[in-house]
Design a protein. Structure first.
Length: 348
């Protein structure tokens, strides 16, 4: 069976590092690990050096100055990885037992596929336990156009620590784009899918940690930024590979419609938090990427606030709260549950 190189970028996640690296070293497959400490201020360097001394499969590097996550990712994936398959694994996440072997077997069976992904388990606190019986799970080979269409019309379909890629493809297609610091993952998956199908495993492939440094506390603060990045990721695919995708114009329109709705909800929250400049910016962005947004109730709900103004709105708000508009809830992680994350497609 082919081997897997695992790149683990780390910034101030030293207290998670041993669980992360240990989950890779315990895989029933040939693995190498590169831990890259991007000038952490905690004990990441001491822990990384200790892990490298304890196991020859682990290499540790430390940056003298912080170069950022994108450059760190590419240092490992493009400059270091050499085994047939590669995985980018954040230092706070964990590979599920047997996950790398399952991924490698799937890619061995389908040499035309560029990468394989599976289900992620979202968790907080202790790492969940799971048995590995060594069997192969149910899987699907997703056609290129089906996968890319889903990314445009819906959302990023997978958690990054579940995605194992062909190293040769990664190094040929290039690394993460510095201009997409927040949506580089979904652009990467679409870039791979342009060149071949994608394999989806119906098995838990990774445990994805949610905690105060990465979870929903900053969701609304960063929502408009992420909306812009989603559009930028889509436009990158349109500009570079659109000639291979006959329905790309319709998919891009659907992406604009989806993201414009999200921008309107951000505008509403901004208005209610007295962030009027953010409100105006979000409304302008929603109308720019999807002029048809003016036909939807969510736009009128947002627009009415601006017309009424903050003072009158505050007096009317208690009455208007009785009307239910069906806003989608913000993503909230419940530490007592472990929901699965990942797209299992229904392909006719």
């Amino acid at each position: 069976m082919s081997g897997v190189d695992v790149v683990i970028p780390c910034y101030n996640y030293g207290h998670f590092l041993r669980d992360c690296v240990g989950s890779v070293l315990s895989q029933p497959i040939d693995v190498r690990v590169l831990v890259i400490d991007d000038a952490s201020t905690d004990d990441s360097a001491a822990i990384g050096e200790r892990l490298a001394r304890e196991d020859s499969r682990v290499t540790f590097r430390r940056h003298e100055t912080n170069i950022g996550h994108i450059a760190t990712y590419n240092e490992g994936l493009i400059g270091w990885a050499r085994q047939e398959y590669s995985l980018l694994l954040s230092a706070d996440d964990v590979v599920a037992p047997g996950g790398l072997a399952r991924a490698a077997r799937a890619l061995d069976r389908h040499p035309d596929a560029g990468f394989v992904y599976g289900m992620g388990v979202l968790f907080a606190g202790e790492v969940p336990t799971m048995d590995d019986d060594g069997s192969d799970p149910e899987y699907q080979v997703i056609p290129s156009l089906t996968f890319i269409r889903h990314c445009f019309e819906q959302v990023n379909p997978l958690e990054t620590p579940t995605a194992v890629v062909r190293t040769e493809w990664q190094q040929k297609l290039g690394g993460y784009r510095k201009e997409l610091p927040h949506t580089g993952d979904v652009e990467m998956w679409m870039r791979f899918a342009v060149h071949g199908p994608v394999v989806a495993l119906r098995s838990v492939q990774a445990f994805v940690r949610r905690h105060t440094a990465n979870m929903s506390g900053g969701y609304y603060r960063n929502r408009l930024r992420d909306c812009r990045q989603v559009i930028a990721a889509g436009d990158t695919i349109v500009n570079e590979w659109g000639d291979r995708l006959p329905d790309i114009a319709a998919w891009r329109q659907a992406m604009g419609a989806r993201v414009s709705i999200d921008a309107c909800w951000f505008a509403i929250r901004s208005f209610e938090n007295a962030a009027l400049s953010d409100y105006r910016e979000a409304m302008a962005f929603a109308e720019e990427i999807n002029p048809e947004i003016r036909r939807l109730p969510v736009w009128w709900k947002a627009k009415a606030r601006g017309v009424i103004g903050p003072r009158l709105w505050n007096s009317l708000h208690p009455l208007l709260q009785r009307v239910k508009f069906g806003e989608p809830p913000a993503p909230v992680v419940n530490p007592t549950t472990v929901p699965l994350s990942g797209w299992w497609p229904t392909i006719s």
